[in-house]
Structure formats: structure tokens, C-alpha cells
Design a protein. Structure first.
Length: 377
């Protein structure tokens, strides 16, 4: 089941603190996750600092807490004044389980959920989380973009950018503040259903912890500090203006026709296969590899060998081991057992060179011993 957290300014929260604190939370919400959600509940009332494209922040983010990744749907908006007379805001976060992800996508789920808090709620700890709506929807014409005065093809450009660059931040620069949730819904409707919940977004972006993922961000042109934000390394920027059309492309045509947008960058097919136990029914033995062809012996090598032997005939047999005059490769001959210093070396597994080194070392040790005795005398 889902869980929720409502963060706002109260005289006393459920944890005993006052001011901006947790007013409501589902019982069993992990403390580490609650801390991250409280950090995501901030709202900047100063219009000279905010860069968001919407007054309300609608967001779908992935939060990593411990060893688990959580799907978070959020709504953060002003809600008048608090008990002390200061400007207040209310942030409502939904922690959605994988089984509760509607095929229509996160933007649709945000717009369909009717239980978001718009005022200071009763302070309480709730036994269970809310019910997340679910439905499916196919591709459609981007009506929200067209109603805002934009060419519907821009929705296709945004959708294609998200699919082509899933690891990059994408900024959509709007001419002024507007309702951005409808714009996001139109974009996600053009993306295949199995990819929609991979798209994270925020209509009023803010500074986020490193454990939070947010790919698509709507900002307002002319906002203070906008150039610094857009200069994020690797970020994609899409500047949308009324009365202007994007360059023709397959994504633009698909959006205008209300069809699914396909990525324009074809990713290479992964050929890696996870290791499995051999001789299982689904694994077949690989065919034996063909024997390596013997190396060819060139004429230059033959001439070099012939010159070393004192003859100019190219038919002289090769003198290096393992290859005969026809170029065939043979196993290296074993030691013939020829005596070294009168001692035979035909013991199996012991090469002649090893015996030579052993005899040499023994003689050296003997000489050193004799010299030591003589020095004592």
C-alpha cells in the first residue's frame, strides 16, 4: 500500500516540533525517507528568486533511501498564512508502490488524485495510505500545448529528448508562468506506457539532495539566475515560444497527429548474457572450435635459415624446433637424456637445463666450502 506525508507550518507536529514540520504521516514511514521528503517540501515565495514555470509544484521524483528506491508524487503550493501570520505552504507527498503505478503515467495520477491537502490538515498519524487512482490512456494530440498557444509539435520534441537522453536533465523554457501539469500529461501520453514511470519531472524545480532524481524541469524565461541553471553540464534545453514551430522531424509529426513518439537514437542491442549453470536444459554446448591453422613459413625465413647453415639452397630444412621443412607444426621433442657432465638427465619431467643449473650450483657451493676451510687454516 501507498504511504503519505503532509508537511506544513503548525504549532506542534506529530514529532513534537513546531513551525514547518510533519503534520500528517502514514504509520511506518521510514525516518530516513521522511527526512528527504521534508527537504523536498520547501517553497520559495520570492518571485525574484524562483525560476519555476508554475505557481504550484507538481512533481514525480525517484528518491533513494537506503537500499531502496521510492516513487514519489508531490504537490507543493501556498496556503495563506500560518498560526503566526507568516506565509504558509503545504506539501503533500505520496509514496507509490510499484503495483500502484497507473499505466496512464505519473502526471495523470497527479491530476486524478483528489485527496491532496490544500490547507493545514488535522495533525495526526494515519494508519494507512490513500488509494492511488489507476487507468490507461493512449497517445493523443497535445491539447494543453495548443490551448496555451504553442505548436503541438513541441510536445513531441520534449518526448523525443526524454527518450533519447534518459540520463540527462531536460529544461523546458516557457515564456511565462502557466499550468504545467497539463503540458507534462500531454508529453507522457506520447511516450509508450512502459516508459512513462521512468520519466521524472518538476514544474517548479528547486535544489534537491543527491539521492533524488528529476529529469524534466519546467522553468520560466527571464527569471533571475536562469542562465546559471541552464548551464548545468550535460543538460538539454528546449526554448518554447508562441507562434514558433519546431524544425520538422518524425517526433513533431507524431505529436501533431496524436501518435506515439519513438526515440530517434537507436541504442545498440545488449549482447551480454548472464552466466548460467552449464548443462541446464535451456543451454546448449557450444560447437568445438576448429583447430588453428599451422603458421606459414615464408621464403625469407627459409633463406635466413639456409644462410646460417652455409648453403644457398631454399630447400634446407628448418633448424628451429617444432616446424619442419613443409611448415607443419609438431610437438617439441622431449629431452634425449644426453649426459651433462657425465650425469644422465633422462628422469621424466626434469629438463636438461634444470640439471645443468643444479650441477653448477652444487659445484659453486663446494668451492665456497673449501675456501672457507682453507681460510680457517
Amino acid at each position: 500500500m501507498s504511504m503519505e506525508l503532509i508537511h506544513t507550518s503548525v504549532q506542534r507536529g506529530i514529532r513534537g516540533d513546531n513551525g514547518f514540520a510533519t503534520a500528517c504521516a502514514t504509520r511506518g514511514l521510514p525516518p530516513q525517507l521522511e527526512s528527504v521528503l521534508a527537504e523536498l517540501s520547501s517553497y520559495d515565495f520570492d518571485t525574484s528568486r524562483s525560476v519555476g514555470g508554475d505557481v504550484v509544484e507538481w512533481a514525480h521524483r525517484i528518491v533513494k533511501s537506503g537500499s531502496k528506491a521510492h516513487t514519489i508524487l508531490s504537490r507543493v503550493a501556498p496556503c495563506g498564512s500560518d498560526w503566526s501570520g507568516r506565509p504558509n505552504r503545504v506539501a503533500h507527498h505520496l509514496v507509490v508502490e510499484a503495483s500502484e503505478r497507473a499505466p496512464a503515467g505519473p502526471a495523470w495520477a497527479l491530476s486524478a488524485f483528489a485527496g491532496f491537502a490544500t490547507a493545514v490538515p488535522v495533525v495526526e498519524e494515519r494508519a494507512s495510505g490513500p488509494v492511488i487512482p489507476s487507468a490507461s490512456c493512449g497517445p493523443r494530440r497535445p491539447a494543453a500545448w495548443e490551448s496555451a498557444g504553442f505548436d503541438g509539435g513541441w510536445a513531441g520534441i520534449v518526448a523525443c529528448t526524454l527518450l533519447d537522453h534518459p540520463s540527462s536533465t531536460c529544461f523546458v523554457v516557457l515564456p511565462d508562468e502557466m499550468d504545467c501539469l497539463g503540458l507534462v500529461s500531454d508529453v507522457l501520453a506520447l511516450i509508450p506506457e512502459e516508459r512513462r514511470w521512468f520519466i521524472t519531472f518538476s514544474t517548479r524545480p528547486q535544489r534537491m539532495p543527491a539521492s533524488v532524481t528529476c529529469q524534466l524541469r519546467f522553468v520560466r524565461a527571464g527569471a533571475s539566475g536562469i542562465n546559471r541553471i541552464l548551464g548545468e553540464p550535460g543538460a538539454r534545453r528546449i526554448v518554447v515560444a508562441r507562434g514558433q514551430s519546431p524544425e520538422p522531424s518524425a517526433a513533431v509529426d507524431a505529436a501533431r497527429a496524436g501518435e506515439t513518439v519513438q526515440p530517434s537514437i537507436q541504442r545498440p542491442v545488449r549482447t551480454y548474457v548472464a552466466p548460467v549453470v552449464r548443462n541446464t536444459p535451456q543451454v546448449q554446448d557450444a560447437p568445438p572450435r576448429p583447430a588453428a591453422a599451422p603458421p606459414k613459413v615464408g621464403r625469407s625465413m627459409q633463406r635466413a635459415s639456409a644462410t646460417a647453415a652455409g648453403t644457398a639452397s631454399p630447400a634446407v630444412s628448418m633448424s628451429y624446433p617444432g616446424v619442419d621443412s613443409s611448415g607443419a607444426v609438431h610437438a617439441a621433442p622431449r629431452s634425449s637424456g644426453a649426459p651433462i657432465g657425465g650425469l644422465r638427465t633422462d628422469i621424466p619431467g626434469v629438463p636438461a637445463l634444470a640439471w645443468g643449473l643444479f650441477i653448477y650450483s652444487a659445484v659453486a657451493v663446494l668451492i665456497a666450502f673449501v675456501l672457507g676451510i682453507l681460510s680457517l687454516l
